[in-house]
Ligand binder design. Structure first.
Ligand SMILES: [Zn+2]
Length: 410
């Protein structure tokens, strides 16, 4: 195949964007029929590139391109194949497809390296279905929490049931852990999802660190009542308490450098126009590249929730559903990426990632590195998300170079 590999990546991104739970949108949640179709199609492309293909116990798709010697180590490349609701084309699949393009070139030139390459399409990074991120990469990293199997989705299906239905094995997830002694590291290409590379007018950048994050589910519990008959001074309105809390979250984020804090979901119960809300449930997402700063911010928000609840005579609950520490990318792998980037463009900018990535979970298992690709307008988690074919071409060239450098005797 003497083809334009970047063009093929772009065509495949278009094809995957059509695989969705919803008509006219791209939505692929964990262990869904859309993910089954995606694993099938991406698996075919992996085979075309000379890889043997397997799906592990949690549903990760893994393509294996053998080393020159059977006892060779393994370089992991990849990203996630699940998406948010009404997603763009690039977030996740880009990293998987660029990796396949690199392996395709090795296969076409009949090149075997001193190490094997495994391309991983992770089953869940976004956590849409069970509100718990990195299910796929945590399984591979050996940090999957079996307690998560009891979580239920919006239809009341447990994660264990969903995995079984998908063809996985919830009881064998521990077996999905990668062999740490054989792994050289994990390198992920991802769309930047922010505006920095565009501002610098550069196609790609190297990630120095990934911000740590806390995700929590918070409830305020008051008293439901008739909107017409309960006087204002006797109300215990849970939604009004939540509203006050949301503004406190925004204000904390605005006043602390580098901190981002977001309430992205809210539900009022019972949820009728003539009923005072008895319960309000909201999500909270807090991130910072420094873990101590993030933890302190969460403590402050808990105190604020306590104050608001006591002033309004409502109860409150805080459940931390996800917590990940900030991750510093591996220096050696990052340096190889920087050198490869400098051979493609005038400079190799180092960026901190505010978004979490599979690389963060994988850092529990092996050294990690990440390459960001310029994102048009910085827009992501949106169908308008876009990267150019020219920039994808640079990313493929950088990753090819990175692989070659890594294969060179030290
Ligand atoms: Zn992503």
């Amino acid at each position: 195949m003497s083809s334009d590999h970047a063009k093929i990546v772009m065509q495949r991104l278009d094809a995957l964007a059509q695989i969705s739970e919803d008509d006219g949108q791209t939505t692929r949640i964990f262990a869904s029929p859309a993910m089954r179709r995606t694993n099938h199609d991406v698996g075919l492309w992996m085979r075309e590139a000379g890889m043997s293909v397997r799906v592990d116990a949690v549903g990760n798709l893994i393509g294996h391109y053998p080393a020159a010697q059977p006892d060779g180590k393994i370089l992991l490349l990849g990203s996630h194949l699940d998406t948010v609701r009404d997603a763009g084309k690039f977030d996740g699949p880009l990293g998987v497809l660029v990796a396949i393009a690199c392996v395709q070139q090795l296969h076409d030139s009949k090149t075997r390296l001193p190490f094997a390459i495994e391309v991983v399409g992770f089953a869940d990074e976004e956590g849409v279905r069970f509100q718990s991120a990195y299910l796929g990469s945590r399984a591979l990293a050996g940090t999957f929490d079996p307690e998560d199997l009891k979580r239920t989705d919006a239809k009341g299906i447990t994660m264990a049931e969903a995995i079984r239905e998908f063809g996985g094995n919830p009881d064998a997830i521990a077996s999905a852990k990668g062999d740490v002694n054989r792994l050289l590291g994990y390198a992920e290409v991802h769309i930047e999802q922010g505006p920095v590379l565009e501002q610098k007018n550069l196609a790609v950048g190297v990630v120095s660190a990934i911000a740590g994050q806390t995700r929590a589910r918070i409830s305020f519990l008051g008293q439901a009542g008739h909107a017409g008959t309960v006087p204002m001074n006797l109300r215990r309105d849970a939604l009004a308490a939540a509203a006050e809390f949301i503004l406190a979250v925004e204000s904390l984020g605005q006043n602390r450098g580098g901190l981002v804090a977001t309430v992205g979901e809210i539900a009022a119960l019972p949820g009728a126009s003539n009923v005072i809300p008895g319960e309000a449930r909201l999500s909270l997402d807090v991130r910072h590249p420094d873990d101590a700063t993030r933890v302190k911010a969460c403590h402050e928000l808990k105190s604020r929730a306590e104050e608001i609840a006591s002033e309004r005579d409502v109860k409150w609950k805080w459940e931390t559903v996800h917590e990940s520490a900030a991750v510093v990318c591996n220096r050696r792998l990052t340096l190889l990426l920087e050198n490869a980037v400098k051979r493609q463009q005038p400079e190799a900018p180092l960026l901190a990632s505010g978004a979490g990535h599979d690389a963060a979970a994988m850092s529990a298992l092996c050294p990690v590195a990440m390459l960001f690709v310029r994102c048009q307008g910085g827009i992501s988690h949106n169908p308008a998300e876009s990267a150019s074919a020219a920039d994808v071409r640079v990313a493929v060239a950088v990753m090819n170079d990175f692989i070659v450098q890594l294969a060179r005797p030290a």
